[in-house]
Design a protein. Structure first.
Length: 200
């Protein structure tokens, strides 16, 4: 009888431990926004950032980034044209919900900081789709069509993560990235990041 009782207690303890482990793993997954997006199965085809803001101190900034691309209107624009200018680079595309939601805040910030140049980098759309979006959202800046070769995104490798859309970078007057926002921007925070870069 004692042997059977011991066996029963051992089995019960093993089941309890397994239940605790499963519950704890489930809790981790529930608190991981990227894991939840992968599991959602909603076919949105992008991983939205969580709004994480990273500021790069002067000593931790990577070398100035050189980039160039053709805009939705067929013009060529490059980093060399923006030397000495603070640039706000926004990676987006039209079907991305947080990209649509943040557009009015970006428009407001572009008006608030006219000395900064805003540049869009459309990672998926045709020039026509990008232009239609820009018109409907009243964007006042050009967007590079980057879907064919991803040249601009590649130029920012290590700073921009592919498929983390939207991502917004503030590039200082020296061409070095001073800050980054993964996901939908907060207007006040991005405004502060732009102002800081302008004052450097």
């Amino acid at each position: 009888m004692r042997k059977n009782q011991r066996l029963f207690l051992n089995i019960a303890f093993a089941i309890m431990v397994a239940a605790v482990i499963i519950a704890s793993l489930s809790g981790c997954a529930a608190n991981d926004p990227l894991a939840n997006q992968f599991k959602a199965g909603d076919n949105k085809n992008y991983i939205a950032g969580d709004g994480t803001v990273t500021e790069f101190s002067v000593e931790n900034r990577k070398a100035a980034v050189e980039w160039a691309g053709t805009t939705e209107s067929g013009d060529v624009i490059s980093s060399s044209q923006l030397e000495g200018v603070v640039t706000v680079v926004n990676f987006w595309y039209a079907a991305c919900l947080p990209c649509r939601l943040e557009a009015p805040d970006l428009v407001a910030l572009a008006a608030e900081y006219p000395e900064a140049q805003f540049i869009g980098v459309n990672v998926r759309d045709s020039a026509e789709t990008s232009a239609a979006f820009s018109k409907s959202k009243q964007l006042t800046w050009p967007s590079i069509i980057d879907k064919n070769d991803g040249a601009v995104m590649l130029a920012f490798t290590g700073i921009v993560t592919p498929n983390a859309v939207p991502t917004t970078l503030v590039v200082g007057k020296d061409g070095k990235v001073t800050s980054r926002v993964y996901g939908q921007i907060d207007r006040s925070i991005l405004g502060t990041l732009i102002k800081t870069a302008l004052e450097e």
